[in-house]
Write a protein that binds this ligand. Structure first.
Ligand code: SF4
Ligand code: SF4
Length: 128
């Protein structure tokens, strides 16, 4: 979710987000991105479409975005390494708030990074 996707929280977090390819923008087991009505409306205004159209195009069920086969958020720009959230100005509140002023778990958890790095490498067509 860094400048890339979810810069918020402490200055330290923002520094990490700035150089991060957006690990938190991949859906992993146990992780959830919870989208609320305000988030949908913000996106609708961003795209100049209705809330219903946002739901139809981008939502999986009532409360989260669709993901691609590799688990990446539908809004993750998979062709670049930085500034990967294609709706950065209109991203959902959870993406803005994460990691809630705490150290980002993705940076410290090797298991999470190991799960996501190959997907990023594949998406960017670079050797792992
Ligand atoms: S909208 Fe998607 S790509 Fe953008 S920050 Fe949130 S999870 Fe990441
Ligand atoms: S994984 Fe952590 S450091 Fe990277 S963009 Fe998300 S919140 Fe920022």
């Amino acid at each position: 979710m860094g400048t890339t996707t979810s810069p918020s929280g402490s200055d330290q977090d923002q520094i990490y987000c700035h150089y991060c390819p957006g690990y938190c923008c991949y859906r992993l087991e146990g992780a959830s991105l919870y989208i609320m009505a305000d988030d949908i409306n913000r996106l609708a205004r961003h795209f100049g479409i209705s809330d219903g159209e946002v739901r139809k195009r981008y939502m999986e069920g009532k409360y989260t975005f669709k993901t691609r086969e590799d688990g990446s958020c539908i809004f993750l720009a998979n062709d670049r390494l930085s500034k990967r959230c294609s709706v950065h100005e209109a991203r959902p509140k959870q993406c803005r708030d994460y990691p809630y002023g705490k150290p980002c778990p993705y940076i410290e958890r090797h298991d999470l990074l190991a799960a996501i790095h190959p997907r990023i490498a594949k998406a960017l067509n670079i050797p792992e």
